[in-house]
Design a protein around this ligand. Structure first.
Ligand SMILES: [Fe+2]
Length: 299
């Protein structure tokens, strides 16, 4: 939250020099806080340990120049993975996040809901969990364990290209996970838009079923439609690709939901590295200002 009690406007920092250089004015003038994927700040040392890389130093320097806080949004915490062979790797992951907290002072720690290690192999994208009590308990225990490192923890609603159940049952599954204190939902609205489009459901019905009091942070981003040649019937899928402007439908979801999230602390723009050139800077900064207007309207 800002000093005035309004939620922060955030941007996800990408590990790319051009992204960081072009958006430096936005870091100073348009945002209140930074989101970092801790894994983008690490390199693997010869002894197998994770050590800070050049972006660790670059992100820390942005923090020092601007005096603005950081939050951590992991990609390989494996919140829902049940394979016990991944336990040692998960501990090394958490230990490294703990060390990074000394540099970045992470205000909270979240990751994507799903399993990202299966049968000992790392997956590029998390896969869906069964929406049952065993999976809810696993995620809940992991969020509580992470609180040894950062007191507020949470998960993001993901995009899945197959589901184990009805997408509109996810809000009830989330409620079963989020029974411990200081565990939260990171609500990604482009993910809601994408899932609604791909499964043919009403995104507003999904939002109405969520316990919005648990929403700590909101993500806004853009994406693209898949190539019609990918599927034999020519059908396209919405992709969670973070490579374009926030669609108007997602802005409308944000206008609907932001005033209803009473404990919201930040709304963050996500935009992938490699998709911001000189000609895109004005549009990205315009999105950050629009985000602030919506976020602060009526608060
Ligand atoms: Fe997201």
């Amino acid at each position: 939250m800002t000093a005035g009690g309004k939620p922060w406007v955030g941007i996800a920092l990408m590990p790319e020099k051009q992204f960081l250089d072009l958006l430096e004015p936005a870091f100073r003038e348009d945002v209140d806080a930074f989101e970092v994927a801790p894994e983008t700040t690490w390199r693997r040392a010869e002894d197998g340990s994770w050590q800070p890389n050049g972006f660790h130093r670059a992100f820390a320097a942005i923090g020092a120049r601007t005096g603005k806080p950081f939050v951590a949004h992991g990609v390989h915490g494996n919140l829902g993975g049940a394979d016990s062979r991944d336990a040692a790797r998960q501990q090394r992951w958490l230990d490294r996040v703990a060390l990074d907290r000394a540099t970045f002072g992470y205000q909270w720690l979240t990751d994507h809901l799903g399993a990202c290690v299966l049968d000992g192999d790392a997956l590029a994208l998390p896969i869906a969990l069964p929406m049952d009590e065993a999976a809810a308990a696993l995620v809940r225990e992991r969020l509580v364990r992470w609180q040894q490192v950062v007191p507020d923890t949470g998960f993001e609603n993901s995009v899945f290209y197959f589901l184990l159940g009805d997408w509109l049952d996810e809000p009830a599954f989330f409620a079963r996970i989020l029974t411990a204190e200081r565990t939260h939902l990171l609500l990604d609205l482009h993910n809601v838009f994408t899932m609604a489009q791909n499964v043919g459901a009403d995104p507003y019905e999904y939002l109405r079923r969520l316990d919005l009091d648990r929403v700590l942070e909101i993500h806004l981003s853009g994406g693209a439609d898949s190539n019609p040649n990918w599927l034999p019937n020519g059908r396209t899928l919405r992709l969670d690709s973070h490579d374009a402007a926030v669609p108007e439908e997602v802005w409308r979801l944000f206008e609907f939901v932001a005033p209803r999230c009473r404990n919201l602390r930040m709304a963050t723009l996500e935009r992938m590295e490699g998709t911001v050139g000189e000609g895109d800077v004005a549009a990205v900064r315009g999105e950050l200002r629009r985000l602030r207007e919506v976020l602060h309207a009526g608060r």
